[in-house]
Design a protein around this ligand. Structure first.
Ligand SMILES: Nc1ncnc2c1ncn2[C@@H]1O[C@H](COP(=O)(O)OP(=O)(O)OP(=O)(O)O)[C@@H](O)[C@H]1O
Length: 269
């Protein structure tokens, strides 16, 4: 369904993504790993058409998306929703209105100016919030929610677009381990239950192994690994991260702890 061919992005003399060629025949949950500056964000931004590529192309179901302009580009952007590390919500606006912003591409300027949403969209927003386990927060300002809850609002906003693909750029990098787990489980469920493709840039190996069907490793702009979580051995990870024999997986890892460890702490009487 998604074919990426020699996709390249240069910034001056710096090649951020270097001839990436990847084939995605069916929907999957995909993790992209690699050290800071490897080109992971730039790759996602090219797919979403937030950034123009310098050369190469990508097609979705045979249609070239690389050179779309204007309304066609905006249509594509609504089919591949993007989620960011910093959630990108409107902090003072209530949760439901933030979610309804996911329909902006479909609404007229007048409707947007006066915050007029069809009742069916409001109902759908509530349903999606319920599915993500945060419906009780619907009337609150986004800024009153925890980081993990805010990221789930951002996922809800993405789902309002009914996207084919969800691109997540470091979706859990700002979250504590428990919230990270909840957000990754939400993304996994969306993939499994809806059949949507999820491509997530992840900064921890254990998260990629645990939640993804396929892992792509990038180093210095190039795709240097493309395989299953089982194939992602410590040796392979060392190559992706360009580390020496002293490489420790823990250095890339924020292993998700369970609440069990905190349960054992005695509570003072
Ligand atoms: N707008 C830009 N202008 C100039 N250089 C850029 C721009 N965006 C990215 N780069 C450069 O492209 C390279 C790849 O950056 P990118 O953000 O894609 O990497 P990354 O793997 O996502 O890293 P991180 O995990 O730190 O976000 C880096 O060298 C970066 O400095």
């Amino acid at each position: 369904m998604l074919e990426i061919t020699n996709l390249t992005k240069t910034f001056g003399a710096n090649t951020a993504v270097d001839n990436a060629t990847l084939s995605f025949q069916r929907s999957a949950m995909i993790g992209i790993i690699g050290r800071s500056g490897a080109g992971k964000s730039t790759l996602l931004r090219m797919l979403n058409r937030l950034t123009d590529s310098s050369s190469g192309s990508f097609t979705v179901e045979g249609h070239d998306m690389t050179h779309l302009r204007g309304a066609a580009r905006r249509r594509w952007q609504s089919q591949c929703a993007m989620i960011f590390q910093q959630f990108n919500l409107v902090p003072r606006m209530d949760v439901v209105s933030n979610v309804l912003h996911g329909t902006l591409n479909r609404r007229s300027t007048m409707a947007t100016m006066f915050n007029l949403y069809p009742t069916s969209d409001v109902h759908r927003a509530i349903e999606i919030l319920d599915r993500l386990g945060i419906v009780e927060h619907a009337p609150k300002r986004a800024e009153a929610l925890s980081g993990g809850q805010q990221q789930r609002v951002a996922i809800a906003r993405a789902l309002m677009q009914d996207p084919k693909i969800i691109l997540a750029d470091e979706p859990i990098a700002s979250l504590d381990p428990m919230n990270a787990q909840v957000v990754m489980q939400a993304l996994r469920r969306i993939h499994e239950e809806d059949g949507r493709m999820v491509i997530a840039n992840l900064h921890t190996l254990d998260t990629a192994r645990r939640y993804c069907d396929r892992v792509i490793g990038m180093r210095d702009g190039r795709v240097v690994f493309d395989g299953t979580p089982e194939q992602l051995t410590t040796g392979v990870a060392r190559d992706i991260y360009g580390a020496g024999s002293d490489f420790s997986e823990a250095a890339t890892s924020t292993a998700i702890e369970t609440l069990d460890s905190t349960d054992t702490h005695a509570v003072p009487a």
